[in-house]
Write a protein that binds this ligand. Structure first.
Ligand code: 13P
Ligand code: SF4
Length: 328
């Protein structure tokens, strides 16, 4: 492939990525929401929990993280001796933006009898202020290990928190953050799609609002949705999460049909995560060449954040990592 950017003209980007990954002992980790070309060259593609585990276990000297910044930060927190690079440092997350550490700290201080059970989609500072981190694939297992009378603050995703709260009949104080991608799915458009494909089940991510989740036959993390697609007996699935995951579904199940639920009025690209989309092959090449942009975290902060992440890894150990919040 020949690059379009003027400074990269004439460079065979794919060949250079292959050379650099071998020479520099790199592991490339990619989230399911990455562009297909990045998923295809990754050593491992997974959900947030699986990628955290891979980052903690790897022998590679460099972790190239094709995902968003909080994910690359988790890799650095768990593997501080590794060089962790992110192709585009602007790859943020609306949930992280919705939860400024100073406000979260004040909220915690106002509720001293509550523990903070916090979704991994947050800053390192918020992780350091939390007791236990969860991903969508580990949240259920972890919540069930917390005594019933323990009061809980759940942030920053109010939809995941609300879903857990309803499913387990457990009151929690919910931080008012949302994922801008999952928030944009439209119930009207989903029902139109359902009418066009009667009999096709709907799988939804728990970051979706109740108007979407309530129509779903399965609710779970990205890897949970992938596993549901593999196990289902029918040949068509409506997928209410970021549509780049459909790439892995089509690779694993070329004979099945996967239809991405549309965002907004059906005429926008708002079901695509704009942060995840910032990573490209060209930027991955440059980050491997320069070992930059690089994630750096101050050691005291890292150790505080590691504490809540370690608790997640311990408490999630019985849970899959295969992404199950379970059937509704
Ligand atoms: P999971 O892959 O853990 O389901 O998370 C989805 C997500 O929103 C990542 O940003
Ligand atoms: Fe954040 Fe939503 Fe994008 Fe995931 S899909 S990174 S939760 S904005």
């Amino acid at each position: 492939m020949t690059a379009q950017h003027p400074s990269l003209v004439g460079i065979d980007i794919r060949a250079e990525i292959e050379r650099l990954r071998r020479e520099k002992n790199v592991v490339i980790l990619a989230h399911y929401y990455q562009k297909p070309e990045l998923q295809d060259l990754a050593d491992f593609v997974g959900d947030s929990l699986e990628l955290s585990r891979k980052a903690a276990e790897t022998d590679a000297e460099v972790i190239a993280f094709c995902g968003v910044k909080f994910m690359a930060e988790v890799a650095k927190i768990l593997s501080p001796e590794k060089t962790v690079i992110l192709p585009d440092m602007n790859a943020g997350c609306s949930l992280e933006d919705a939860c400024p550490p100073a406000r979260f700290k004040a909220f915690r201080e106002a509720h001293p009898d509550h523990i903070a059970l916090t979704y991994i989609n947050c800053s390192t500072e918020v992780k350091a202020l939390s007791d236990i981190i969860v991903t969508s694939s580990s949240a259920e297992t972890i919540l069930q290990q917390i005594p019933k009378d323990q009061k809980i603050i759940f942030g920053p995703d109010r939809h995941l928190g609300g879903y857990l709260s309803r499913k387990f009949n457990r009151e929690m104080l919910l931080w008012p953050g949302v994922c801008i991608v999952h928030e944009a799915f439209s119930e009207t458009e989903l029902l139109k799609l359902k009418a066009q494909h009667p009999g096709a089940p709907i799988a939804a991510h728990p970051e979706c609002p109740p108007t979407i989740v309530d129509h779903a036959d399965y609710v779970g993390s990205t890897s949970g949705i992938l596993n549901y697609a593999k196990a289902m007996t029918g040949d068509t699935l409506i997928v209410a999460t970021e549509p780049h995951i459909i790439h892995q579904m089509q690779l694993a199940m070329p004979d099945k049909t996967f239809i991405g639920a549309p965002g907004g009025d059906g005429n926008c690209n708002c079901n695509i995560c704009p942060y995840m989309a910032l990573n490209t092959l060209e930027k991955l090449y440059i980050s491997l060449r320069d070992l930059s942009p690089r994630i750096e975290i101050e050691e005291g902060l890292r150790l505080k954040a590691k504490h809540s992440l370690d608790r997640m890894l311990e408490m999630a150990s019985g849970s899959v990592g295969k992404g199950d919040l379970g059937a509704k």
